[in-house]
Ligand binder design. Structure first.
Ligand SMILES: C[S@@+](CC[C@H](N)C(=O)[O-])C[C@H]1O[C@@H](n2cnc3c(N)ncnc32)[C@H](O)[C@@H]1O
Length: 258
């Protein structure tokens, strides 16, 4: 990979006005996701057939993250979905602005419906920074970011669809241990990952969410510090071409007990 072409360039336009309900907005997390996707796809190009098949994306948001990656990687095609109409509208504007409409499309709808379609079944790789906010119910700042009571519902569901390769965000407070155990049971290995510490942002700082995270952590469902957590973007693969399994290292990066 040529590091000069990384996707962590400054966004091509200022972040949209703060909109608490319409579209996900966390610049650091999106940049971490984008950079990790680019690095992992590049490093594992011999195993992950993204050049031949393209990739699917669960939850494109405003597309600024992956739009930069598509612009930087000429061989990459991405089919994205998002259930938020505001996000899809913004994503399409971003894609036009970045000039990547021939290789990046975002549809309004549920990723899992697309995954079960003929088009979805032709693709073996999915990228996702999925909704992962844990809360007792979906009545939160942005309901589309609700990841169920433990925060890992959509990530767990992704594992069961049958994609061979998943590049997925694993937050330390959304029971990543359950995710990694389920992945191992389904034959996935952790090929590699990039982990980053993040401060609690507007979504995890919502009092109802924050109190719930404290409970989850106290009950042993993950890790969070006073005002921080860790997010890792990991390549999980069922390919026998990847012999090494870095799940123990990933657990340590997420501050989970050995
Ligand atoms: C954490 S945001 C990530 C956005 C973007 N990928 C980024 O990293 O900047 C998760 C996105 O998933 C979308 N989403 C939630 N459930 C979905 C589903 N079932 N299918 C498709 N998108 C979904 C949300 O609307 C939200 O935009």
């Amino acid at each position: 990979m040529d590091y000069r072409g990384t996707s962590v360039a400054a966004p091509s336009r200022p972040a949209p006005e703060l909109d608490t309900v319409g579209a996900f907005d966390c610049a650091e997390e999106s940049a971490h996701y984008a950079f990790s996707v680019q690095l992992l796809l590049s490093q594992y190009a011999a195993v992950v057939p993204w050049r031949a098949e393209g990739v699917g994306e669960l939850g494109s948001g405003d597309a600024r993250a992956v739009g930069q990656v598509v612009r930087t990687m000429p061989g990459l095609r991405v089919h994205g979905t998002d259930i938020s109409a505001t996000s899809v509208e913004r994503a399409r504007a971003t894609i036009d602005e970045l000039g990547v409409a021939d290789r990046y499309t975002v549809e309004l709808g549920d990723f899992f419906e697309w995954a079960g379609s003929a088009a979805g079944r032709r693709i073996s790789t999915v990228i996702a920074n999925p909704p992962y906010i844990p809360a007792p119910d979906g009545d939160i700042l942005m309901p589309e970011l609700w990841g169920g009571v433990h925060g890992n519902d959509l990530a767990l569901r992704l594992l069961t669809v049958g994609f061979e390769h998943l590049l997925v965000a694993l937050p330390s407070y959304s029971d990543p241990a359950e995710m990694l155990e389920t992945a191992a049971d389904l034959g996935y290995r952790v090929a590699n990952f990039l982990a980053m510490g993040l401060e609690f942002g507007r979504y995890s700082n919502e009092p109802k969410v924050r109190a719930h995270i404290e409970r989850l952590v106290a009950e042993g469902h993950g890790w969070a510090g006073d005002d921080e957590y860790v997010v890792a973007i990991a390549l999980l693969t069922q390919s026998p071409a990847v012999a090494r399994d870095r799940s123990a290292q990933l657990r340590r990066a997420l501050q989970l007990p050995g």
